[in-house]
Design a protein around this ligand. Structure first.
Ligand code: ADE
Length: 332
């Protein structure tokens, strides 16, 4: 790719380190969208707080950028505890996991992103930790080998994954709450943007820019907030600070993001299916090889939104360009 993709839902350091954290809601009542999930969490939180127990283990699955990490932080703050953040691939050895687990105080949250990439040898240690708040490990070997049990504080594991299907059944079954996060509807994205604009000193923004940005955000708050920052920059440097719809259009044209939020990579993916594979069906690996891209990237960051738009269909035989997808390309 010639440049970083602006509509990707992948985390960017810009977003996480700078104003990203300040923009994150701290309490469940400030969290916008995902109403069913929020209600399930609200009930569980109230119930465990009344009983003086730690929060249930929670599994969150769905496309990136929809707020899984944010929810882990919110759950910790609602429990009056802390959240520790790690990821499946970062926990390469059992001792990495045990090291994290023994740091936790009662009711703390351990957030494991990409939990489907937890190595099998590490996953085994998580079962008794989740179930009985203990880890068993073997010291020494041969006839001297003995199992030592380490007691843990009652904690909450929050697992996040873009691929719930890759989780093993024993792991999946140990979560008390499992929920699929959905793409956000336009009004919710607008609310998120309005809230963010207050933190970004964009008080002169006209309402129309929020609609224009939200329409291009692919149902994803992380994308919406990133686009909003690019619009703010563009307005400041090229449009005399005018935060109006035409500024959004100009800023987005510069980023090759069209009115539906699709960018060059999306169009390249659709054109590959149409032009190289005659509309499909074609396997994802073949598309990825033709494009010179990674199939995981396509599956996590390109396909979910195109599927939701109805521009591609996933069939048993592979991916197919739909009529709507063909019409989109013809006008793109
Ligand atoms: N910022 C990012 N996602 C959010 C959400 N779902 N609610 C409120 N603020 C957000």
């Amino acid at each position: 790719m010639a440049r970083e993709r602006i509509v990707t839902a992948n985390e960017a350091p810009e977003f996480d380190d700078q104003a990203g954290n300040a923009l994150r809601p701290q309490r469940l009542e400030d969290y916008i969208g995902q109403r069913e999930l929020v209600e399930r969490l609200r009930i569980a939180l109230e119930a465990v707080r009344e009983r003086g127990e730690p929060m249930e283990h929670v599994l969150l699955h769905g496309p990136p950028g929809l707020g899984k990490t944010t929810l882990a932080h919110i759950i910790a703050s609602e429990m009056g505890s802390r959240a520790y953040v790690t990821s499946g691939p970062a926990l390469t050895k059992a001792s990495d996991l045990v090291g994290m687990l023994t740091k936790l105080s009662a009711k703390d949250v351990l957030f494991i992103d990409e939990i489907h990439r937890l190595p099998a040898a590490v996953e085994e240690y998580i079962y008794p930790a989740m179930e009985d708040f203990k880890v068993d490990f073997t010291v020494d070997s041969g006839m001297h080998a003995k199992v030592v049990t380490l007691r843990l504080k009652p904690f909450t594991l929050i697992g996040a994954t873009t691929r719930a299907g890759l989780l093993t059944q024993p792991l999946r079954s140990r979560f008390g709450i499992a929920h699929h996060l959905e793409f956000y509807e336009q009004p919710d994205l607008v609310s998120i943007l309005v809230r963010a604009a207050r933190h970004l000193s964009m008080r002169n923004a006209s309402g129309e820019i929020f609609d224009a940005v939200a329409a291009r955000a692919r149902g994803t708050p992380r994308v919406a907030l990133r686009l909003l920052r690019r619009v703010r920059d563009f307005a400041q440097v090229r449009a005399e600070g005018k935060l109006v719809a035409s500024t959004v259009d100009a800023a987005m044209r510069l980023e090759s993001v069209d009115a539906l939020g699709l960018d060059d990579l999306d169009r390249k993916y659709l054109r590959t299916i149409r032009d190289v594979y005659e509309g499909g069906p074609v396997g994802l690996d073949a598309i990825a090889a033709t494009m010179g891209d990674d199939s995981d990237t396509l599956e996590d960051l390109v396909e979910p939104y195109l599927l939701r738009m109805g521009f591609v269909a996933r069939t048993r035989q592979g991916r197919k360009l739909t009529t709507a997808g063909g019409e989109y390309l013809a006008s793109a």
